[in-house]
Design a protein around this ligand. Structure first.
Ligand code: JFZ
Length: 420
């Protein structure tokens, strides 16, 4: 398939052909693993612990001396993602605490130089991902609580913090992003975050995005700024909200645009490891989120916070094993699909792949469901689970599908429609 640049053109950024192809691949993958892991994980109180507990930067820095994830095993993480049915991993390369979880020449405050571990887990992950056909994306924080050139807390005037050295900070980010893109072969995306902390500063996105796309035109750039997509971005993300929803209150400006969509959500209530968070979502809730995202034409990036020793807690592995089993039976209704033009219904959503439409009934309604505004003529309706045919009636205003007498699935009853 050939996608012209104008299909997605916005502003002055003209995505390269390999970028347009990557956007299709990105949308085909549908399900990814988000990982928040850093020296904050040691305290088991989330990735904001330094800020929330008012820990001075110089005290917080000592955590690096205790970071020895002896049980970290890239193979295990990649297999964990794969067996859950995930196709990509987005991991924190550097969060707001400013600690680099990768080997970098541009800051001594990194996992190779500042911890007794002395190894680069992101390099191991990159190699393993490439071997296993899993895509790797890097989360990268624009906000930095500790660097003197960023000068957290400084007043902003004329697009720059009054204190610090803004030019030096921007250059630092460019240097690190160059490392992340050129040294970690196979990286396919950069997930920016922290813009919202300094709304009136000049982030020099034109230069930063330009640099990334020069180094690798296929790289998918996304930014958790909760605003309309900016020139140079390749996908639009929604944090803790399905596209079109606004539960968090900060997706207010996030009108759905023309770019590929992604929504992220946590497996419990925390991004980074939180030893006191037992608000685990059920496998059913996670499957519903995934299906709900797919029906809204979006990827689902599900977050876990691994423990400081490098292990993933059993509550997460247990839940995702169930999700993986569901995917083994139902993934044809998820991968490579796009959301239907029929909006989400009280009973669920529809995903589309060519002449096949997958009707996902997540909230059974009684003896039938109604698909309003179904345009294409339906020639056949079968249950995905056993291929049994279902009765249906098509009217100009939509299609009735009769579900009486069929065994409804407790999670998601998938009906496969063949359309003309
Ligand atoms: C950010 C991070 O602060 C958080 O630690 C995590 O990495 C998450 C994925 O992203 O969280 C946000 C982002 C935006 C807002 C609030 C929290 N916001 O716009 O109010």
């Amino acid at each position: 398939v050939f996608y012209t640049a104008t299909t997605f053109a916005q502003g002055s950024y003209a995505p390269a052909q390999e970028n347009l192809e990557q956007r299709q691949k990105f949308q085909d993958m549908k399900f990814g693993l988000f990982i928040h892991w850093g020296i904050y994980s040691i305290l088991g109180d989330g990735e904001w612990v330094m800020h929330n507990k008012h820990i001075p930067y110089d005290s917080y820095k000592r955590l690096a001396g205790f970071f020895t994830p002896q049980q970290f095993n890239a193979k295990e993480w990649v297999q964990f993602a794969k067996s859950a049915g995930m196709k990509y991993i987005t991991i924190t390369s550097r969060h707001h605490d400013g600690f680099s979880m990768f080997g970098t020449k541009f800051s001594p405050y990194n996992i190779v130089d500042a911890t007794p571990y002395h190894k680069d887990p992101l390099m191991e992950l990159a190699r393993e991902c490439e071997k296993e056909g899993i895509e790797l994306h890097f989360y990268y924080s624009l906000l930095d609580w500790g660097r003197p050139d960023y000068a957290f807390g400084s007043e902003i005037r004329n697009g720059k913090p009054v204190k610090g050295d803004w030019d030096s900070y921007i250059q630092f980010m460019k240097n690190q992003l160059t490392e992340l893109i050129t040294k970690y072969r196979g990286v396919k995306g950069i997930w920016f975050d922290g813009d919202w902390e300094r709304r009136n500063v000049n982030w020099h996105y034109d230069e930063i995005y330009g640099l990334i796309h020069r180094l690798n035109p296929a790289i998918m750039i996304g930014n958790n700024h909760h605003l309309a997509p900016k020139d140079g971005e390749d996908f639009q993300m929604f944090e803790k909200d399905l596209p079109g929803e606004n539960h968090t209150g900060f997706s207010g400006d996030s009108k759905i645009g023309a770019l590929p969509l992604e929504t992220c959500e946590t497996i419990n209530g925390s991004w980074g490891f939180n030893i006191n968070d037992n608000t685990f979502k059920s496998s059913k809730q996670i499957i519903h989120y995934l299906v709900g995202a797919a029906g809204r034409n979006a990827n689902f990036l599900l977050n876990i916070g691994p423990m400081p020793n490098g292990k993933i807690q059993p509550e997460f592995t247990d839940t995702l094993a169930i999700v993986g089993k569901w995917m083994q039976k139902n993934s044809e209704s998820i991968y490579d699909t796009r959301g239907s033009y029929v909006p989400p219904q009280p009973w669920g959503v529809i995903t589309v792949k060519g002449k096949t439409q997958y009707v996902h009934i997540m909230q059974p309604q009684g003896n039938y469901i109604f698909i309003p505004g179904q345009k294409e003529k339906v020639s056949k309706a079968v249950l995905l689970s056993n291929s049994n045919t279902l009765k249906f009636k098509q009217l100009p205003e939509g299609v009735f599908i009769y579900t009486d007498g069929i065994a409804m699935d407790g999670v998601d009853t998938v009906i496969k429609l063949t359309v003309d």
